[in-house]
Design a protein around this ligand. Structure first.
Ligand SMILES: [Cu+2]
Length: 472
């Protein structure tokens, strides 16, 4: 009885918050939350098809699929909010944010309202979305209930080996330590968007590999819960990590969604900073959430980040196809400067790869190596692996339309570790190598065929430095 009462008061609170939103976000006040009204987004690892969370999600998916597509709570409408090629576009369609600093905030809002709709559709007041923790070596296959062809969670438009269970995500594609170690919000968000986010989209493949279809696959929401969880984990690392609460555009840009009644509403960044306090959910197993606030008295960030180009790599025309591509880099003239930067604690050096584009989804990821000339494959734990390129959201001509204009993709890989190792070995001739990669099949690396070659516009070495800003 107590639980039910608190649940009802939760809905009342959330409803009040939603209507205040329409009057302007300044009126929004987070309510204190009691433990009983917190929803827990659980790890899907270890769940089976009969777990109440899975049963409820299945039911929600089936119910949403049965709604007419004009209903904003229907499966197809919800997926179209993320992206669609269907025209004419309805309210809120194609509003997903990729390749910019709204990536985390927009997807958090999207998951929140989607989850509330699922809760209603499943007639399960306790329902919360599960998350897929593919960083756990035991969870690199697609969760089993999503591979059951009789289930509403099954989609045939995926990499067939991922669907059969023979396929699994390789460790390099899901190791998010490089992203978590970045202290600048923009840098961290963009790094984690590139890896694991883009990697998982492209390697699960099929609908997941393309923005206009990705959210039609029920696994999308478990993948994005994990990305949302990584936002909390990133903040919990401390060390000056903070959300862009100093940035008016980030704080006040308004996005449109629909609630479980199908009513349209609007939301801003300031309303979703604190998952537990404002949105009433936590992730199973996460450290205590960090509570950032949009306070008007904050003038400047506690840390100011600045980025500058150190060295432009002169490159030939690069086309990434089925074979590895090697680009020689002569660092002689920049060596002094780079060695001094690598020693600084307040500087991160990046290999920036820009102007990345393809006609269609290549269906492949390129692992990027930056180090001495290679004879054969470097070992998996080589310090010279710096990241991987998988296109999702940006850089694909065939996915642009009048609502989402084409933009080339860009990637920035931290290379301090690689540079330190190379400089220690007194190395002057460097190489960048792009090696096409796919999923593991029966535990062994596969080499899928590249479906659309990738062009690279420019490569440079940049440095991001940080210095203390104004006291809060
Ligand atoms: Cu995504």
């Amino acid at each position: 009885m107590t639980a039910q009462l608190s649940r009802r008061s939760f809905f009342a609170t959330a409803g009040a918050a939603a209507s205040l939103t329409l009057l302007g976000q300044s009126a929004f006040q987070p309510e204190p939350v009691s433990a009983a009204s917190l929803f827990v987004r659980r790890n899907v690892g270890g769940m089976n098809a009969y777990d109440p969370v899975i049963v409820a999600y299945r039911k929600a998916v089936a119910t949403m699929k049965a709604l007419p597509s004009t209903d904003a709570r229907s499966w197809s409408y919800q997926a179209a909010i993320h992206g669609t090629l269907t025209t004419p576009a309805q309210t809120a369609w194609n509003t997903c944010q990729h390749g910019n600093y709204f990536f985390w905030s927009w997807h958090r809002m999207y998951l929140y309202w989607f989850e509330r709709i699922c809760r209603r559709m499943a007639c399960d007041d306790c329902f919360a979305l599960p998350y897929w923790n593919y960083n756990d070596p035991a969870q690199r296959q697609l969760p089993s209930m999503f591979r059951d062809t009789a289930s509403d969670l099954y989609v045939s438009a995926r990499n067939s080996a991922m669907n059969s269970g023979a396929g699994s995500l390789p460790a390099w594609a899901v190791d998010y330590s490089a992203g978590l170690s970045q202290t600048n919000f923009n840098t961290a968000s963009s790094s984690l968007e590139g890896l694991p986010h883009n990697q998982v989209h492209v390697l699960v493949g099929g609908w997941m590999g393309s923005v206009p279809t990705a959210a039609q696959d029920p696994i999308f929401f478990l993948h994005h819960c994990n990305m949302d969880r990584l936002w909390n984990l990133w903040l919990a690392e401390g060390g000056g990590r903070i959300d862009p609460v100093f940035d008016n555009t980030w704080k006040n840009t308004v996005y449109t969604f629909f609630d479980e009644e199908g009513a349209q509403l609007e939301m801003t960044g300031c309303q979703i900073l604190r998952a537990a306090q404002q949105l009433h959910y936590v992730y199973e197993g996460e450290p205590p959430q960090v509570n950032d606030f949009c306070l008007p008295i904050i003038k400047l960030p506690p840390i100011i980040f600045e980025k500058e180009v150190v060295f432009r790599v002169s490159i030939p025309e690069i086309r990434l196809e089925n074979e590895p591509v090697t680009v020689p880099v002569d660092l002689k003239e920049a060596k002094q400067k780079i060695s001094s930067l690598v020693e600084r604690k307040d500087a991160t050096v990046f290999l920036e790869i820009e102007g990345v584009e393809a006609e269609h989804q290549p269906g492949v990821s390129w692992q990027v190596y930056f180090g001495p000339a290679l004879s054969g494959e470097p070992p998996e734990d080589s310090p010279y692996w710096v990241g991987a390129i998988a296109l999702f959201g940006q850089g694909i001509h065939g996915e642009s339309h009048e609502k989402t204009k084409f933009e080339p993709a860009k990637f920035a890989f931290p290379i301090n570790r690689s540079l330190a190792a190379g400089l220690k070995a007194n190395q002057e001739r460097w190489t960048i190598v792009f090696i096409p990669r796919g999923i593991l099949i029966d535990g062994k690396p596969s080499r899928p065929k590249v479906e659309s070659p990738v062009k690279i516009g420019s490569i440079s070495i940049t440095v991001e430095t940080n210095k203390p800003g104004q006291e809060k």
